[in-house]
Design a protein around this ligand. Sequence first.
Ligand SMILES: [Zn+2]
Length: 615
Amino acid sequence: MLNPKHSWPLLFVATFAFAQKPPIQIVADLSEAPRKLFHAEVDIPVNPGPLTLITPKWIPGHHGPGGPVADITGVVFTANGKTIPWRRDDVDLYEFHLTIPAGVATLHAHLDCISTNVTSNQAVLEWERLLLYPAGIPVREIPIQPSVNVPSGWGIGTSLTPISAYDPEHPAGGTVHYSATTVEMLEDSPIMTGAYFHEYALAPDTTPKHYMDVFGDAPEDVEIRPTVLDHWNRLIHEALAMYGVPHYRSYHFLLALKGMAGGGGLEHHESSDNSMPERTLTTDDNEMAYSDLLPHEFTHSWNGKYRRPAGLATPDYATPMKGELLWVYEGLTDYLGGVLGARSGAISPEHYRQQIALDAAAMDYTTGRVWRSIADTAIAASAFRPGPAWANWRRGLDYYPEGDLLWLDVDTTIRKLTNNAKNLRDFMAVYLDKGGSTTPTVVPYDFNEIVADLNQVVTYDWAGFLSDRVNNIHPHVNLEGIEQGGYKLVYTDKPSDYQKAASALQRGATKDVWFSLGVALDNDGAISDVRVSGPADKAKLIPGQKILAVNGRVYSKEALHAAIKQNDTFVTQADVDYHDGERYPTLVRVERAPDYLNEIAKPLAMTSAPATGSQ
Ligand SMILES: [Zn+2]
């Protein structure tokens, strides 16, 4: 495992020299964001002689070399009014080589970035899209002072500190300047901007301050229902009750509500960059389908940003990352995101158990588990390619849902071993108490520390426990957490409320007939994935095919489900031999066993929902 502590001292001399220089100045011009173009003017302090500048390659939170170099265009370097020629490195395509002439102290760079993650009314800038800085220096040692232009009338959400006071919902126009920071913190502090914006101050009785910065494509999108605001307030209290001391000076949830595009999130120390389909917050069912997203990204401020696997805590964005502990970074966060979703009221305890059932069933029916371990999905995370075709055989990012079930197993095992005197909160107390300051800090860990922290909670063979579950191949999913929690995974003939809600927002592959016929279907009948060894696989159906007819009737969801209920053989281009009826996962209570799953979903924070301020 790469230990960054060993590589930093080699860079210290160069670091010290650079730290004496004035900060890089960067002006991000987002005035053409609706046209999918960002621009930047960057002034970099330099010395005469050879210079290598880099653009970030290994992006924190992406866990891979997904830097935007292919989108960076229009690069021009000038100094003292003259153009400076450049040449890209032949091997590392993220490096630009230049020779700085005598007498030049500041190099000016212009660059553009093609950014398709925008609408005509909103945009997000993750700063790696516009950054250029000297190679070979830890990014935490490079000072930089950012400024931003946004389209006239657009509001700005960010955790950056403005140099002069302004109203984020109505910036006066022109350039907004922010306090100098480091390249590391700037990359960690995105800007979300848009025409329709409302900033909600959350849980105003807590310190430091928390904000939800909501952007939409229409004015009504950003007016949030009181029940949702109540859940968000409770989320802050529940997170602080579970994790203790925060490691941010203030926290901004940046939330883009847009179209029917799928949702997602990217974690940062002091903010998170989140998106959801625009109707997510309009009904309780839709909110339930995304109840874990904001808690997941918020949890990362502690687990992922503050505590980080040593292999992911690299000194710059050029050094390759090692993902072997992503089942802690993402797996534990995924588990806690679900738990906080339930504790904050965004999903009921019953629906939370249905969510666990769907995760467990999906993992049990992921046939790729016969050839690769959870650890392998984490180690190879940086080679992951998205795409639905044969995703169940690829088993790409399974360290997330498998991590959910693993940490539920840890939580219920602690409860069982201590007769319910302790639980995962006691582990979090040990794991998160490493003397880090209350401002953004990274404290790396390794596998042995996780084992030692668990042993501080309760003595057990945690090394053997984790190693077996993570490193070994298990043809069936780990159901111990569910069973120790007092429940059993079963299949019924009707989808759970949670599965219906997730399906309606197309969150993840649609699993309506996955556990029966063994295909994942889009709404129009296109097959996105075929479950290896399932009935559809035996009939040689192919991802990408479209089901045109079911038993001679033009395809519709209803016709397909009617055929499954009648135990028919389906004739499309092939016979699908399936006769076992509809099949949907849920959890049922095992009487007399302790009901830990219900306890896990109960709020920790003793608070009546405080009034929500708005600013
Ligand atoms: Zn995550």
